[in-house]
Design a protein around this ligand. Structure first.
Ligand code: RTP
Ligand code: MG
Length: 148
C-alpha cells in the first residue's frame, strides 16, 4: 500500500470544496489516515515546494499557499499516488480533463484547488513536513476486501 499527501489549497477551502474533494477519494476506495485544517507556515511552504525554489513563480506560490487555511490529508491505497494525480488532473485547468477535480472546478493554474504528491519520495517528505507521525491513524478498511 502506498501513502500520499493531498492538500485542498486556500482557494478550495474558501470555495467550500473540502467535502466534495474528500468524497471523491473516499468513493474511489482510498483510506484516509489523517486530515486537518491548518495554516501552512512560510518554512513549511518552502520545504513543500522545494523543487520549485529556482522558478520565477516560487515567491507567488509560497505567498498563495500561506495566504489562508488549507485542508491537509494523508491517504493510503494501492497505487495511491498515480490514482490521485489522475483524479486531480493536469496542472493547467485548461488542460485538465472533465471528470478530474481541476477539470471540473478550476480555472486558473495559480488557483488549481488541490495538491497531490508526485512520487513516493515526495509523499514521505511532504507528510513529514505537515504531520507528526502519531497523527496518522492506521485501521482496518473493511471495503478493502472488495477493492483488492
Ligand atoms: P501541485 O504540486 O500543487 O500539486 O501541482 P502540480 O504537481 O500539478 O504542478 P507543479 O509543477 O508541481 O507546480 C506546483 C504549482 O505551482 C504553480 N505553477 N505555476 N509556470 C507557472 O507559472 C507555474 N507552474 C506551476 C501551479 O499552481 C502548480 O500547481
Ligand atoms: Mg507538484
Amino acid at each position: 500500500m502506498e501513502k500520499t499527501f493531498l492538500m485542498v489549497k486556500p482557494d478550495g477551502v474558501q470555495r467550500g470544496l473540502i467535502g466534495e474533494i474528500v468524497t471523491r477519494f473516499e468513493k474511489k476506495g482510498l483510506k484516509l489516515l489523517a486530515g486537518k485544517i491548518m495554516v501552512v507556515s512560510e518554512e513549511q511552504a518552502k520545504t513543500h515546494y522545494i523543487e520549485h525554489e529556482s522558478k520565477p513563480f516560487f515567491e507567488s506560490l509560497i505567498s498563495y499557499i500561506t495566504s489562508g487555511p488549507v485542508f491537509a490529508m494523508v491517504w493510503e491505497g494501492k497505487d495511491a499516488i498515480t490514482l490521485t494525480r489522475s483524479m486531480i488532473g493536469a496542472t493547467k485547468p485548461t488542460e485538465a480533463a472533465p471528470g478530474t477535480i481541476r477539470g471540473d472546478y478550476a480555472v486558473e493554474m495559480s488557483r488549481n484547488l488541490i495538491h497531490g504528491s508526485d512520487s513516493a519520495e515526495s509523499a514521505e517528505r511532504e507528510i513529514a513536513n505537515m504531520f507528526d507521525p502519531n497523527e496518522l491513524i492506521q485501521y482496518e478498511q473493511v471495503i478493502a476486501k472488495c477493492l483488492y
